[in-house]
Design a protein around this ligand. Structure first.
Ligand code: ZN
Length: 264
């Protein structure tokens, strides 16, 4: 952990140094490089925060140690009454396992779906309570703490289980997120194979993008929940096609519960 503390401190110091240069240059009115230095002051902190799955400010698992042709299937943003039951049926049909990174407010609203995920043998993990994807990159320690705690409470109330893993909304994590995730005893999980199905869902394109990045130890990212223009059931159909494609390539899905790898 120490190397991350050093990196966080270094990012802050470099940013502060550029800010000092900016303030100093603002005294000289003509040809002042104030804006240049001012913009530079934000980069050491903003860049690793906005860069999805970036492991500069803290450990992020983007792959896992696979003994065979295994991938870790993760499904974000549920549960959802229009998607989750069909997704669970598809997983059962293919004897596949998945980790569901759920949104706490959805769990509080549909606790029976969270229970159903556990009863079907899958893992359920923390993806914040509100999923404030537009602002979480700038979250304060208090906000991060609250988002983690509320989601954990909702999951425990619904299922009696306590998460061990956390995924940040849209994969962005500032240094407060890293610090609070560590304090909560959670592991920050990223991904290595995404079809960008959270923003646009063209089934063929989603499949093509994911399969291009599939290899032993890959963490696959899928989403559930409503999306403009997306027909109900489309996500389950895409999952079905993905599982068929994985099977034809000799891949199995696993849902690792403990740290056994690798990336930091
Ligand atoms: Zn999400």
């Amino acid at each position: 952990m120490e190397k991350y503390l050093i990196r966080r401190a270094a990012s802050g110091l470099i940013g502060a140094a550029f800010l000092a240069l900016a303030l100093n240059s603002s005294r000289h009115e003509l040809h002042s490089p104030f804006i240049f230095y001012f913009l530079l002051s934000g980069f050491p902190i903003l860049l690793p925060t906005l860069w999805r799955n970036c492991g500069w400010l803290g450990p992020v698992r983007r792959r896992f140690l696979a003994a065979r042709n295994e991938v870790w299937l993760t499904i974000d943003d549920g549960p959802n009454p229009h998607e989750t039951p069909a997704i669970l049926d598809v997983l059962s049909e293919h004897h596949a396992k998945a980790t569901f990174f759920v949104v706490g407010k959805n769990v509080a609203r549909w606790p029976h779906l969270a229970r159903m995920i556990i009863e079907r043998g899958h893992s359920i993990q923390n993806h914040t309570f509100h999923h404030r994807s537009a602002t979480f990159w700038a979250a304060t320690p208090a906000v991060v703490r609250r988002e983690i705690a509320l989601c954990n409470e909702a999951i425990f109330a619904a299922t009696g289980t306590t998460p061990t893993q956390f995924r940040s909304p849209v994969g962005m994590a500032n240094h407060f997120v890293h610090a609070e995730v560590e304090k909560a005893g959670l592991e920050l999980i990223g991904w290595s194979a995404s079809g960008n199905d959270g923003v646009a869902h063209n089934p063929a394109m989603v499949l093509e993008k994911i399969l291009r990045r599939v290899n032993p130890g890959a963490i696959v990212l899928l989403h559930e929940g409503p999306l403009r223009g997306l027909a109900v059931g489309e996500r389950a159909r895409t999952l079905w096609a993905l599982l068929v494609a994985l099977e034809s390539r000799g891949f199995h899905t696993v849902s690792p519960m403990t740290g056994n790898d690798t990336h930091s």
